[in-house]
Design a protein. Structure first.
Ligand SMILES: Cc1ncc(C[n+]2csc(CCOP(=O)(O)OP(=O)(O)O)c2C)c(N)n1
Length: 279
């Protein structure tokens, strides 16, 4: 039996190694003690990070890392809450949760390990797979159009929308720090090479297409410009598409104004009067 935490089981060359390093670095740079973090891991190769980390956390299934993280944040909003999830989990299985977390501006940093495949299940198409791609589940080429998560987030009230490239660890780490400090919903869609189940979208494939938003004169305060950048097909922009400051969900709940829910005194509730209302 190996000592805990276990050594990573990811394949050689997997982008998850870089994201793992960037996450730990990004957390450390916030200066917030690590015991103040709670990380919610989804199913898949991305979520297997649960076995290799020593932060507080919870390993969930099929997109449910998102609502579970919301529950934890509302129970104890003193925590910094992070979700580690694949593109299949976030944009497919948990797609409706994803949409509603953005609408609520829940103060959660969502790291989507976007390898454009369901990789743990050995490379089936995911919502971000390009139309026409041959995978194990689409031997004649996928029929559906690919989802555009950045455009979806920009148009659906997300208050922090970023895309980064996994192998650029230092840049990703500082974006993660920024997302954690944002104080509202933060999406970081991370382009993650998967050399085994998606060898076409290799690090070099990405490098030929990436442009940095800051080199394009982009202002992250401009929603319309963020939309235009998110819809580009000539290049693949990385960086901060959009950020705005708005109250987070827990800041708008009257009962949570004074104290986190877990610190509220537990009082004996007399159910008699309450039950009378149902007679
Ligand atoms: C009920 C159930 N349905 C389906 C699966 C298979 N399954 C395991 S991981 C996964 C999705 C992983 O894809 P993604 O979220 O993109 O993460 P990745 O593995 O690529 O990091 C699926 C569908 C399962 N384990 N249980």
């Amino acid at each position: 039996m190996p000592d805990y935490p276990f050594a990573p089981t990811w394949c050689p060359g997997c982008g998850n190694f870089a994201i793992w390093a960037a996450l730990k670095n990004g957390i450390a740079t916030t200066g917030v003690p690590s015991e103040k973090f709670a990380i919610f891991y989804d199913v898949g190769c991305a979520g297997d990070m649960a076995d290799f980390n020593t932060y507080y956390g919870f390993h969930t299934l099929h997109g449910r890392a998102l609502p579970t993280a919301v529950g934890a944040k509302l129970a104890n909003h003193d925590l910094k809450v992070i979700v580690v999830i694949g593109d299949g989990g976030c944009y497919g299985e948990g797609g409706t949760h994803f949409i509603n977390l953005m609408r609520g501006n829940h103060d959660i940093t969502v790291l989507v390990h976007n390898n454009h495949r369901y990789s743990l299940t050995t490379g089936q198409m995911s919502p971000t797979t390009e139309k026409g791609t041959k995978t194990k589940s689409t031997p004649e080429g996928s029929i559906e159009e690919a989802q555009n998560p950045i455009a979806l987030a920009v148009s659906n009230h997300a208050t922090f929308v970023a895309r980064e490239f996994a192998p650029d660890i230092a840049r990703l780490a500082s974006r993660i720090t920024q997302g954690i400090k944002h104080g509202g919903f933060a999406l970081i869609d991370i382009l993650q090479p998967c050399p085994i189940f998606n060898p076409v979208q290799s690090p070099n494939w990405y490098r030929e297409r990436l442009v940095k938003l800051e080199d394009e004169g982009h202002s992250s305060e401009n929603l319309e410009a963020a939309w235009k950048q998110s819809m580009r097909t000539d290049k693949l922009p990385i960086g901060l598409f959009f950020q705005e400051s708005k109250p987070a969900y827990h800041e708008q709940v009257t009962e949570l104004q004074d104290l986190p829910l877990v610190k509220h005194p537990i009082e004996t509730v007399n159910l008699t009067n309450l039950l009378k209302e149902f007679k």
